[in-house]
Design a protein around this ligand. Structure first.
Ligand code: SF4
Ligand code: SF4
Length: 284
């Protein structure tokens, strides 16, 4: 089972929840945690695990065979990322903008483009205590986050085991790539007006992708029920609520796993796991 943990913006407690779920689940079974927040991977900071290996990650980039190129401009027109500039006598490729989609290669009428490759970052492996942690690390200045995320996702566990996917925040293509093959997505939202706005965007994205999802409300407060009312109106499952708590914030700030150092929080996280399993069974 693949459970993605996502949020409409950074700072909602997404990684805190992802590592806590992985930590709890690893008590009974092997868990794979994939850190897909490749621009700023930080799941490894919560686990004291040795770095076992670091592999270079590559993405496709087009190479032009000038012998066959007629400078028709088709490739420039099809590239949605403006990574190509067709001049009278040459086609320029801007590697930092290329996402490796291969659209230009497929649509070049002369067959004048072929697959090259560029280094986009690395994939790191750490293991121990029932957790296998893979983190994607995007090269500074590189934009091909979806390609690196696809690379990291290849290391998901077999269907009989559990993979937690820590998705990048937001609703851009990197976040979509991270969650689109998940069996279930947990949306983390905080009880603020910004939290509601970003949750609404995530819900639209989930519905467009036809993804099964539920919501965890983090930093929940008793005097503001806006998120609960929104979820009720939209018929969205609330999987659990984590209270606003200084002790949780302090634990996260020093890189500790909440369920490890604050045993009193374990029932709250176990409730979330139970709710995810139940929702996924109903959906299946
Ligand atoms: S589409 Fe092919 S032939 Fe046309 S400019 Fe691009 S590389 Fe050259
Ligand atoms: S592979 Fe995709 S992103 Fe890269 S230059 Fe070609 S069309 Fe643009």
């Amino acid at each position: 089972m693949r459970i993605a943990v996502a949020s409409g913006k950074g700072g909602t407690g997404k990684t805190m929840l992802a590592v806590s779920l992985a930590h709890l689940l690893s008590r009974a079974r092997n868990v794979t945690l994939l850190d897909l927040d490749v621009e700023e991977p930080n799941s490894h900071l919560f686990f004291d695990l040795p770095l076992l290996c670091q592999e270079t990650a590559w993405s496709m980039i087009p190479e032009i065979d000038e012998e066959y190129c007629t400078h028709c401009g088709t490739c420039q027109r099809v590239c949605a990322y403006h990574a190509l500039l067709c001049l009278e006598d040459q086609v320029l490729v801007f590697p930092e903008l290329c996402k490796g989609c291969r659209g230009c290669v497929i649509l070049c009428p002369e067959g004048a483009m072929r697959d090259g490759k560029k280094m986009i970052g690395s994939v790191e492996l750490r293991e121990g205590a029932g957790v296998s942690l893979r983190s994607g690390r995007l090269k500074v200045g590189e934009t091909a986050a979806p390609a690196l995320i696809r690379d990291v996702k290849k290391h998901a566990a077999s269907v009989n085991e559990i993979t937690i996917l820590d998705a990048p925040p937001g609703t851009a293509c990197a976040a979509v790539e991270a969650v689109r093959e998940a069996d279930y997505t947990v949306l983390v939202a905080e009880a603020t007006p910004f939290g509601l706005h970003d949750l609404e965007l995530m819900v639209k994205t989930m519905r467009t992708l036809r993804q099964q999802f539920g919501v965890v409300i983090n930093k929940a407060v008793t005097h503001d029920r806006t998120l609960q009312q929104y979820c009720a109106a939209e018929q969205i499952d609330i999987l659990g609520e984590l209270p606003y708590s200084e002790s949780i914030a302090r634990a996260c700030a020093r890189g500790a796993i909440v369920t490890d150092v604050l045993p009193e929080t374990v029932p709250l996280f176990e409730q979330i796991i139970t709710a995810v399993m139940r929702c996924e069974e109903v959906a299946a």
